[in-house]
Design a binder for this molecule. Sequence first.
Ligand SMILES: CC(C)(COP(=O)(O)OP(=O)(O)OC[C@H]1O[C@@H](n2cnc3c(N)ncnc32)[C@H](O)[C@@H]1OP(=O)(O)O)[C@@H](O)C(=O)NCCC(=O)NCCS
Length: 176
Amino acid sequence: MLEGDRVVLRPIQERDRERLYELVETIEVRALSTHDPPLPLSLEEIEARDRRWLEERHADSAWFAIDVDEETIGMCGLHSIDHFQQRAEIGIRLGRAYWGKGYGQDAVRTLLDYGFRHLNLARISLRVLADDERAVGAYRRAGFVEEGRLRAHAWYDGARHDELVMSVLRDDWKPA
Ligand SMILES: CC(C)(COP(=O)(O)OP(=O)(O)OC[C@H]1O[C@@H](n2cnc3c(N)ncnc32)[C@H](O)[C@@H]1OP(=O)(O)O)[C@@H](O)C(=O)NCCC(=O)NCCS
């Protein structure tokens, strides 16, 4: 368990699947947080995918459920972890009802601390829609800086959008 100021990050359990499915597999949250086409995705498909992942023992990602006051509000994690290059990428999805309350930046700060302190990473990065002010705001508040702009890189909600590449280096990071 990883403790932030207000959030707790903990391993995802089988019993969390349905709640997480309802919170973060909506077309709105999926469109903002993945590049995949929003095809229908059943709970059974997600469970089968996760079982395959567990069996293959993926060591290049670390996903957590996010709890606030013992209520699950979403999930987040590090993926594409490369221990030789000491870098990883961050992903986060909160249910719609929990946006804009400071939980995202708290979860991201907690993940950064985990990545730098416990996984010995030196660089953590992400890509985000440039005009998603909430997400960019949360990442800035957690310590991310903009390092590049990928022009018209993503199709989202009927149009092409720029994406920002943002990162935090361990050497620059100041834990709260
Ligand atoms: C992106 C996400 C994780 C951010 O978490 P969050 O809890 O909503 O964000 P926070 O409340 O921690 O921080 C948002 C910051 O942006 C600022 N902000 C700027 N424009 C904003 C806007 N239009 N709406 C809300 N906040 C805005 C807020 O003021 C806040 O900064 P502050 O603490 O200085 O006031 C969450 O909204 C989410 O899961 N969204 C859907 C999926 C997604 O977009 N994932 C990320 C893909 S890269």
